[in-house]
Ligand binder design. Structure first.
Ligand SMILES: [Zn+2]
Ligand SMILES: [Zn+2]
Length: 318
């Protein structure tokens, strides 16, 4: 099969063997996949990964020994495969299992390929109403919902989302499902107008006063966002970190101490609310799709995703 492979810091579409499902795994024929900033950072060296890239997909189950009822079903796939036996897994924290593999990120080939294998516990059948192109957004929308799992927000809270990229826009929409009106902070008029069309307030960073937000979500995807996020958060407020990037962050931690900020790291999230919100249109990412490439041009798709102003780039394997 064809797959986009990262090896020795270069990415290229190659012919590789179709993966063999391991114990408890299903074989999934990938239908569409989304390019994420994390893929770009991984190609730059984040996580030290090599193998098939990609972790946002929907597909059709081709084989599943443990659950044959899944065969033929359209599914989205969770990316963390846990051991199901360690203390973290016993606490229901499989996404933090120390023995986990993570599709396209850690010791597990990803979905920029014709086929991928995934534990059947990671598969979520798609609601009928969930359209194909939208189904690629289940994984990043779940990551946006993780903020609500970690930080209760109400419509009285002043909430800022720093970063008008794909993840920032999704987080803004997910926060709006609670009745809150988040302020999306960014620099790109086209992206900010998408957020406004979906009911968010928008602002440039310079226009905002220091220490004014109860909750600030840092989703800029770059180290510079952290300083701005600290500056905007009110004393005793909550700062949620969503960005993943290659390389260290230099930080003056004094304001965290003086203002007694709560800092929350946030990564992958629950699939069920994401599936519901995408199926009903409560979260509507359609306007974020900028380009769709065939798998054979996956390397070009990864390039395109890095160009300024570009939002979502999808791969179509159908
Ligand atoms: Zn992602
Ligand atoms: Zn475990």
């Amino acid at each position: 099969m064809q797959a986009l492979v990262l090896e020795d810091s270069t990415v290229a579409v190659r012919d590789v063997p179709v993966p063999e499902p391991g114990a408890g795994e299903a074989l999934v024929r990938v239908q569409m996949a989304g390019v994420c900033n994390t893929d770009v950072e991984i190609a730059r060296g984040y996580m030290g990964f090599s193998g098939v890239l990609g972790h946002e997909l929907y597909g059709v189950v081709e084989a599943c020994e443990d659950n044959p009822a899944l065969v033929g079903k359209r599914v989205a796939g969770e990316i963390n495969q846990a051991c199901a036996a360690c203390p973290m897994c016993e606490r229901g924290l499989g996404r933090h299992c120390p023995a986990r593999t993570v599709m396209g990120i850690l010791h597990k080939d990803g979905c920029f390929a014709e086929h991928v294998t995934l534990q059947q516990a990671c598969l979520h059948p798609l609601p009928e109403a969930l359209e194909d192109a939208r189904a690629c957004f289940v994984e990043p929308t779940a990551a946006a919902f993780e903020v609500l799992e970690q930080v209760p927000v109400s419509d009285r809270d002043r909430i800022a989302v720093l970063g008008d990229g794909k993840l920032g826009l999704l987080i803004g929409q997910v926060l709006a499902t609670t009745g809150a009106t988040p302020t999306l902070v960014g620099r790109h008029e086209r992206k900010l107008s998408l957020a406004r069309a979906q009911g968010a307030r928008t602002a440039a960073l310079d226009a905002l006063d220091d220490n004014t937000f109860d909750v600030v979500i840092e989703a800029t995807g770059s180290p510079a966002g952290m300083e701005a996020a600290i500056r905007l958060t009110r004393p005793r407020g909550t700062l949620v970190l969503k960005s993943t990037y290659h390389g260290p962050l230099e930080l003056d931690a004094a304001p965290l101490v003086i203002d007694e900020l709560t800092v929350v790291g946030s990564r992958c999230g629950p699939f069920e609310p994401a599936l519901r919100a995408l199926a009903t249109g409560a979260v509507d990412p359609d306007a974020m799709v900028d380009a769709i490439y065939p798998l054979a041009q996956a390397a070009e798709a990864l390039e395109r995703a890095q160009q300024p102003g570009v939002l979502k780039v999808l791969l179509d394997m159908r």
